[in-house]
Ligand binder design. Structure first.
Ligand code: HAM
Length: 427
């Protein structure tokens, strides 16, 4: 036997037994996006590497060590998208729709990061995200947070997720804070671990994110970003907080929340859970007012977030709020040679006559007993039996599989009536 070929590490099939949970999630996402009038954008999975280098920041973990980057046959450096904000901005600039007024977009699809796989962390994972362009005030920040909260409610997981919030101020305020921070950490250089010492010049804000227990005291005493902020930045953050309070959306201000990508300004946030171990961030985002200009567009404010679909599905599963896979309404048994051929045509007629019908048909023949076994296993409510006698008198035998009722012979019209009733009774 030749050797089996399996999926790459950190990349997974969504099996036919799992896909209904994804579809139910996607249906909720679509409903919520539509409630806020966001429009879907689909971008390619491969982009020029320069797009991510320029937007995420050359010294970020993603660009330094996590991108799937390769040289293609035309000798260009291309990368599988590690996230989708950069691609949305690229698309908006490229097609000029950025300048036709403010815009609210959403997307969903696979992203790729070469991280060490573990539960909730994969190399191919899926995000659903929103990006809004052209809105400068905190009201849009409130809107996308409220949109997230509405989705958690719809998914039945709101009780397991909390909101962490911070502000990074303007690019200038952040730069000033960066210098204060570099001075502080330089004065305590001996207490920095290897990773943090490396970040001291390249990305000092990220040192605040360190989970190293030995450094926590040093981090707790570090200068606070809030103290580097001007009045305008403080007021806009306080406005957002007041809006959240009046809508009853709980939050916690976490001064050390700095996010791992360079493009953020002002508000940043993460929705986190304690139910998934180390991979607790289920959704994250913030404002990025300089990014569009940085990628060659006219200065335009931007804001967005992205959620990790696999992490949310784990959370839904852990909370036991998942949905059952849809079963066929009916299973058509075809007994004998004539029925094997003519029955397939009857199945087509039934699908024509009963919109929404899920009808599974026995293909490949078999004894009555074996076909009935399959019908039962399919989960269908009804077994429909067609054999020579049914073909002779233009009927179909209909046998309820999930309740103790006698089987009976129905005309085609009676059968379609019964099936329509079953389809209509579905929630
Ligand atoms: P991010 O924090 O890198 O932000 O990712 C957002 C979410 O994607 C995370 O909170 C997590 O749920 C999920 N995620 C990230 N990496 C993995 C992984 N390896 N496996 C499974 N799930 C993962 C962004 O990507 C920004 N583009 C968000 C944004 C949009 N900011 C503004 N607009």
């Amino acid at each position: 036997m030749s050797q089996r070929i399996e999926t790459l590490r950190g990349m997974h099939d969504v099996l036919h037994t799992e896909v209904h949970a994804w579809q139910a999630f996607e249906a909720q996402v679509r409903a919520v996006m539509s409630a806020y009038a966001y429009q879907e954008l689909r971008t390619p999975m491969l982009e020029n590497t320069a797009l991510f280098k320029r937007s995420l920041g050359a010294a970020t973990d993603i660009v330094e060590k996590e991108m799937f980057t390769f040289v293609d046959r035309d000798k260009r450096s291309i990368s599988l998208r590690p996230e989708n904000t950069a691609s949305c901005v690229r698309s908006a600039i490229q097609h000029g729709y950025l300048y036709q007024g403010p815009l609210r977009l959403w997307y969903g699809g696979p992203m790729f990061r070469h991280e060490r796989p573990q539960k909730g962390r994969y190399r191919q994972f899926h995000q659903v995200g929103v990006e809004a362009f052209g809105f400068a005030d905190p009201d849009i920040e409130f809107e996308i947070i409220a949109l997230g909260e509405r989705l958690w409610q719809a998914l039945g997981i709101a009780g397991h997720i909390r909101l962490e919030l911070n502000t990074l101020g303007t690019a200038e305020e952040r730069a000033a804070y960066r210098e204060t921070l570099v001075a502080y950490f330089s004065a305590h250089r001996r207490q920095l671990d290897e990773d943090s010492a490396r970040r001291l010049q390249s990305n000092p804000l990220r040192i605040l994110d360190s989970k190293n227990a030995d450094m926590q005291a040093l981090l707790a005493d570090a200068p606070k970003l809030w103290d580097s902020l001007g009045d305008a930045s403080r007021v806009r953050f306080e406005t957002l907080c007041a809006m959240l309070k009046s809508a009853g959306i709980g939050y916690q201000i976490v001064p050390r929340l700095v996010r791992g990508l360079d493009y953020y300004t002002h508000t940043v946030f993460e929705w986190v859970t304690d139910s998934l171990g180390a991979q607790g961030a289920v959704c994250a985002g913030g404002r990025y007012d300089g990014l569009i200009e940085q990628l060659g567009g006219r200065p335009t404010p931007g804001i967005g977030f992205a959620m990790g679909v696999e992490r949310l599905l784990l959370l839904i599963e852990a909370g036991g709020v998942g949905v059952a896979p849809p079963q066929p309404h009916a299973y058509l048994l075809l007994i004998g040679e004539r029925a094997g051929a003519e029955g397939m045509v009857i199945a087509e007629k039934l699908r024509d006559a009963v919109p929404g019908l899920r009808l599974q048909t026995q293909c490949g023949g078999g004894s009555m007993k074996s076909q009935m076994k399959r019908a039962d296993k399919s989960g269908a409510a009804l077994a429909l039996i067609v054999g020579d006698s049914e073909l002779d008198d233009n009927s179909v035998t209909c046998k309820p599989l999930r309740e103790a009722r006698e089987q009976n012979a129905l005309s085609f019209d009676e059968l379609t009536e019964t099936l329509r009733g079953i389809v209509a009774a579905e929630p």
